[in-house]
Design a protein. Sequence first.
Length: 747
Amino acid sequence: MPEREAKPAAGDLELLEGVVERTVFHAPETRWTVLRAKIPGEPGLVSVVGRCAGIEEGADFSAHGRWVVHPTHGRQFAFEALKLRRPTTATQIVARLKTYPGIKDVMAERIVKRFGTDTLEVLERQPKRLLEVAGLGAKTLANITEHHEQRQGPMAELENRLLELEVSPRLGEALHKRYGEQAMAMLEHHPYKLAREVHGIGFLTADKIARALGIDLEGHERVDAGLLYTLEKAQSDGHCALPPGVLLEDARRILRLPAALLELGIDRLVDEGALVPRLRPPGSEPDEIYFLRRFDEAEDNLVESLLELALVTREEWEVGDLPEHLSDGQRRAVEAIAGCGVVILTGGPGTGKSTVVANVIEVAKRAGSALLLAAPTGRAAKRLEQTTGESASTVHRLLEVRPDTGEFVYCANNPLPDGLVVVDESSMLDLELAEALVTALSPQNRLLLVGDADQLPSVGPGNVLRDLIRAATGDSPIPVVRLDQIFRQEEGSTIIANAHRVLHGEVLEPDESSRGKAGEFYVLRAADAERTHAKIVEMAAERIPAAYGFDRVGEIQVLCPMHKGRAGTEAFNLALQQAYTGDCEGLEAPGPSGAGGRVFRLGDRVMQIRNDYERNVFNGDIGVVERIVANAGTLTVSYEGHFATYERRELGALRLAYAISIHKSQGSEFPAVLIPMLTEHHVMLRRNLLYTAITRARRLCVIVGDPRAIERAIRRADAARRWTGLAERTLAVLDARRGTTELVDLR
């Protein structure tokens, strides 16, 4: 790698033409390239340096740049733009083709024999004709075509310009797809529009481009894009909207501009409909909040569709004789869904929600209703399937995703089949997924939402279950049944007992060590992160498997409040991987600047971290690496028997999952759970966080750390506030339907 880039002096660019002898260095991420080339008139090989796509040996090129003298490497040609020149002879074309992926000597000669000197013209204009060549298949053709397109025309120029601006050239494809021939003009004159119109280009990237181009940092485009980015950034904290004061303060920190300019920007965005102000109920502080348009529409759609479903007059199902062991609350829940379109069932662990669902299913089957059972994650769907004996799926799979667009097959224009829809772990439903589900229902559906409202809210924006429960007051058409009798506590579950102690702000009561492996709930002291780390690794890798017989890869889960630090997911994953699969075959994922990144090994427990509609694998799905083909650079993961294969460049979608965040654990249960709790986690320490972590454990829960941190988590009953409007909007719509008030709409 060069010690530093040679900077050419000012002056006119020179033209250099030659043939690549070899590539000395090429970094895929930055595209910094060092070539040795034969140049007519030069006595020996010349170093040619700059940023470009990979160049094949033997390729003819032309480059514009300047001669410079590098303090270490001497005389070299530093180019600003480099283009490959088209080979003209059959021999040259064969040499070029052999550098394409999947083409060896024999295949290159076959292609040129078939098309002659027109080969590259055919590849450019009629690439499918290459299938006329014996032995060349569709997959090889796709690789050839992609490789060819990356090295020519406007796309190459666009990528080079992005490199000059010190931005990833991978964005060139998205720019070209959105703007076509105008991509370069949009990049250089309207970078902030890219943040609003091009998927994959955010405000920070646009701001970096604009600064490099010297664009006015107080201009309308930057202010407006920065305000929208502020609201989008708030999504990561679960917000669907922000109060004006919070929006202005957060945007001021990002943009470093006076409030007056930002207030004018808010007015512009409201006028164009990108921001939607909504009044809050009288006496609320603040009295209004601002939504991004898509979240405002999502809340509207969810409320309207949910109430339409709830208010439809329908035939009441015959409940029949229910089992005598059901509590009054469980009976009310079964009877409610028999006569209503929408019912919410909530309650903590051990309160019998699964029993209610089983009885509701029996009533529905006797009424001749079809069943559509779902949950937000694959693991939650699997548990629903196991407890009911009926087929269940994730909500994404229920709605069926189109791999090419990411849109759902079932939607308002194509509703789901008739029947009872049961959604378990519905506290995990974020606003957009809830909207997609409910708008895909018709009057021939009934909906039972089952969840624990005391758990952490969804990872995505919104607080849907809790908001709907809050709105279900008085004569609401959506009955809420809250179960509070704890059946599993009566059976002696100390995990359940301590989970409810957390909910009530009470001190934990761990099992005595004398119970040994009969015990379920333990708290171990550790003074600091280092000791906590060591204890948890030892327990996960050695002590718990030995004492309880649990499989250490598949049945023991570390749940962390945070990712960083010695007591965070990243440190635990590295340590546990070394302990479990350190000697197994591995595949290295690409890291920053093309360097090596994390390694995944055969047998590793991994998690998918983004929705992948083509593979039918979704954010939060956990699987095990079943196969690695090192020479092909591929890795196959089994997700509960569903197999997905990744190429090396796609491994960024995976993370090790021996340790995961408590947020990511929602909807899952594990035989054994280990939880680090330290004062350094103070930002995250809240009652619902600890409660959620404890309730993930089915057989054994061990908390390791500082008792002061545990006490703080139990004491802090305040859940981190999420700015949403769903509850108020639901109440307003109901009032409007009753004729008691008008909907508040500032647009």
